[in-house]
Ligand binder design. Structure first.
Ligand code: AP5
Length: 231
């Protein structure tokens, strides 16, 4: 992908539960050689392994609520300090609150702009997608429709994600509207923000995202004026 020379490609995927953030973040990161950072995956892995973080986060996630901002900001801050993120990254699931978005802006000082894409999908479609989703109980990836009984990647058993139960999905959607939707307004005025129609076949969404991110990443950075500098 063409982007401004020397600039990292820092992408944030926003959208409600089931919008396709994880699916599209994985595709975009893979095809562009970037690291995908999914806070949901990091937390599920911690729950699976039984770390202190996992034990603390488990009940919150199973209720469909959000893990505390300080914990999440700490996790993402440490992750973005690793050298693999120097050429850029794709963030899936973070930020999710205004304080997380403010903290991310702080982390981005001197790292180049963020390209923020908001994947939009009607609520009835989200409910249907999450009710139908199966994941691998071993490696955690979303199951493809052609996998009938076992994970096509590692052979693990396909299971329902614990927070995809109907009542929990409804709570996740309420939490999204209350705590996460306000960050769409937080980013909406920026020239590197784009909405994407996520209610289309996955390949069509992938192409639309790719075009939107390419276009947004070419927006010239704002000129920083030094006080007293000659015009
Ligand atoms: P997280 O894992 O981030 O869950 P989420 O935001 O609810 O998103 P999902 O993974 O359900 O959906 P998605 O948009 O990634 O869609 P996907 O591609 O999987 O977070 C889980 C929990 O962790 C949170 O509830 C919270 O407790 C905690 N947490 C995480 N980050 C946090 C943070 N920053 N702060 C605080 N707490 C945090 O697709 C969904 C399904 O749809 C799949 O089956 C897929 O195959 C299918 N699909 C995808 N695209 C399409 C398409 N175009 N057409 C048809 N089907 C599609």
């Amino acid at each position: 992908m063409q982007q401004r020379p020397g600039m990292a490609l820092n992408v944030v995927m926003l959208g409600p539960p089931g919008a396709g953030k994880g699916t599209q973040a994985e595709r975009f990161a893979r095809t562009h050689g970037l690291s995908k950072i999914s806070t949901g995956d990091i937390l599920r892995e911690a729950v699976h392994v039984g770390t202190k973080l996992g034990c603390a986060a488990r009940e919150t996630m199973d209720r469909g609520e959000l893990v505390g901002d300080d914990v999440m900001i700490g996790i993402v801050g440490e992750r973005l300090d690793r050298p693999d993120t120097a050429p850029g990254f794709v963030l899936d699931g973070f930020p999710r609150t205004v304080p997380q978005a403010v903290a991310l802006d702080d982390m981005m000082r001197s790292r180049g702009p963020l390209v923020v894409v908001d994947i939009v999908v009607p609520e009835d479609v989200l409910m249907r997608r999450l009710a139908a989703r199966r994941i691998c109980g071993s490696c955690g990836i979303n199951a493809s429709i052609e996998w009938t009984s076992a994970c096509g990647s590692c052979g693990g058993q396909l299971v329902t994600r614990t927070d995809d139960e109907d009542g929990v999905v409804r709570e996740r959607l309420k939490v999204y509207h209350r705590q996460t939707r306000p960050i769409v307004e937080f980013y909406a005025g920026r020239p590197t923000f784009r909405h994407i129609d996520g209610n289309q076949p996955p390949d069509v969404v992938t192409e639309a995202l790719s075009v939107a991110i390419r276009e947004a990443s070419l927006v010239p950075a704002p000129v920083k004026m030094t006080p007293g500098a000659a015009l």
